[in-house]
Every structure is written in C-alpha cells, then in structure tokens.
Write a protein that binds this ligand. Structure first.
Ligand code: IPD
Ligand code: CA
Ligand code: CA
Ligand code: CA
Length: 269
C-alpha cells in the first residue's frame, strides 16, 4: 500500500475510535449550530484534531483543507500536496444515533486526486483508493455496478436540508430521476454514498451543493472502481460547481440525460 495512504488510514482509524466511543456511550455532546441545520459537535472537532495531528506530524510541508478548521499551507508554504478532510461526514445522523456516518480523507496532488480513504467504523468498512491502482473495500477489490441504464437501478442522493434555495429544482430532478429505477435512497453521508457507488451497492448518485471534503476521497474511489464522476453537465468542473453525478458509465450517462432540463447558469452546470 502507498505510504501516504497508510498514514491516512491510520489517521482515519484514530478518528473512528474517538467517534465510536462517544456514539456507543450515548453521551450528551456539546453541539454548536454553524448555520441553519448545520451542526458541529465536540466529536467532529476531536476527530479533526486527531487526523490533522497525524498528518502534520508525517507531512509538515503538505497543505490541509479541513471542514472545521479551514485551510492552511504546509510549513514551507507549499500546497502541491493538499489533504482534504471531513472528520465526521453525516453529523446529523451521528447526533441522532442513526448508524450511517463516516470519516473521509483525500489527498490531492497538483490538482488531481491521488489517495482516498472513507471509513465506516461501525461496520468496520474501510474504502481506499490510490490513483491508478483501483479501489478496495478492506482487503478486496471493488468495482462499480455494470447496470446498463436506470431501469432497476438503485440511486443515492442528498436532499437539500440547509440552504434550500434550489429545493424546488431539486425536487423536480428527483421526480424525473425516479422513473424506471428500483428507488432512491438518501442515506446521509455523501462520502459513504460515493463509496457505495464504488462498491456497486448503489448504481448511481447525485447531489447539489456539496463541499470538497464531502466528495474529494469519494470521487477518487468511484473513478478507481471504474466509474464516472462529473458535474451536472457531464464535465470535470465538479470541484468548482460542487454539484456531482457519479455512477457506472451507462447509469451515469442516463442520469446526465435526465438532469439535462434542470441545468442552469445558477447551478453552474
Ligand atoms: C453532510 C453529509 C450529507 C450531505 C450534506 C453534507 P456533514 O456532511 O455528507 O449527506 O447531504 O450536504 O454537508 O456536514 O455531516 O459532514
Ligand atoms: Ca458538517
Ligand atoms: Ca460532510
Ligand atoms: Ca463533517
């Protein structure tokens, strides 16, 4: 395994232990509301600190972009390598005792995703990928599903619950998307949603208004599992638009087709 991936896995496991400990004890956590329906708990912060501590110790010159503490350059001012961290993806689920949340750590090198870890400590499922080497779930290779279109497909999504400015557009998208499928799921951890696409558990996934830490690692997992990840227009500008569509080739194509009528300048592709 790549040495950098190894360290990222170690960091994710440490954060996983911290998160599981409080989750199983059901302790009352200190929680702040950053914005409408946007919570951060002491566990999010403790996980992030543990991850950053591990990565900074090993790679002092790497830049970091982390959900709760923002972005910082490496000690030498460099940002060729950038770690993109979501210390707890699915905080709403976590706080409700709904067992679908994860830890996501990705490494970007010169603008391209290079390493990915998405870890579900409750199920002991570790999803990893290194650019050019495929994607793994624990010690087995994973691949996206080979479904040929939306008929019978299980599609994941995220329903807007904070900024609802695009809610009406989103609901129309959902109505268009659900036709012929086996159904739509809204599990609540975008990083795991991508990991499930990579493992073929979901045939496709789309969500609007994500943040880089929600999808950085997940996007590489899907690509390395043989899938396609794009913005709404089918292009590669998803780090700019933060609206993403992912799936196996045929399902992805069909999803882009269904989403076509809803593209607008406002959604920036
Ligand atoms: C959220 C989850 C959720 C997605 C939201 C994200 P957080 O991340 O990934 O599935 O719908 O857009 O913000 O805040 O729990 O890390
Ligand atoms: Ca959050
Ligand atoms: Ca997140
Ligand atoms: Ca988070």
């Amino acid at each position: 395994m790549d040495a950098m991936l190894n360290i990222a896995v170690r960091a994710a496991r440490q954060a996983g232990r911290i998160a599981v400990r409080s989750y199983e004890r059901g302790v009352d956590l200190r929680v702040n509301e950053k914005g409408r329906n946007d919570y951060v708990s002491e566990v999010d912060r403790a996980c992030e600190a543990a991850i950053i501590n591990e990565l900074r110790g090993k790679f002092p010159n790497h830049a970091i972009l982390a959900e709760e503490s923002g972005s910082s350059k490496g000690r030498d001012g460099g940002d060729e390598f950038q770690w993109i961290i979501d210390p707890l993806d699915g905080t709403t689920n976590y706080l409700h005792g709904f067992p679908q949340w994860s830890i996501s750590i990705g490494l970007r090198y010169r603008g391209l995703m290079d390493q990915a870890v998405v870890y579900d400590p409750l199920r002991e499922e570790l999803f990893t990928a290194s650019r050019g080497s495929g994607a793994m779930l624990n010690d087995r290779r994973i691949r996206v599903s080979d479904r040929r279109g939306l008929t019978g497909a299980l599609i994941g999504t995220g329903i807007p619950f904070r900024d609802q400015s695009h809610l009406t557009t989103y609901l129309s998208m959902m109505a268009a998307m659900i036709r012929d499928t086996a159904g739509i799921r809204r599990p609540g951890s975008a990083a795991l949603d991508f990991a499930y696409v990579a493992a073929g558990r979901l045939d496709g996934f789309w969500e609007l208004g994500l943040s880089p830490w929600d999808f950085a690692a997940g996007a590489l997992l899907v690509a390395e599992a043989g899938g396609t990840v794009t913005d709404l227009a089918g292009g590669d500008r998803f780090f700019e638009t933060c609206n993403l569509v992912a799936g196996g080739l045929k399902v992805h194509q069909a999803m882009i087709e269904r989403l076509k009528p809803f593209r607008s300048a406002e959604l920036a592709a």
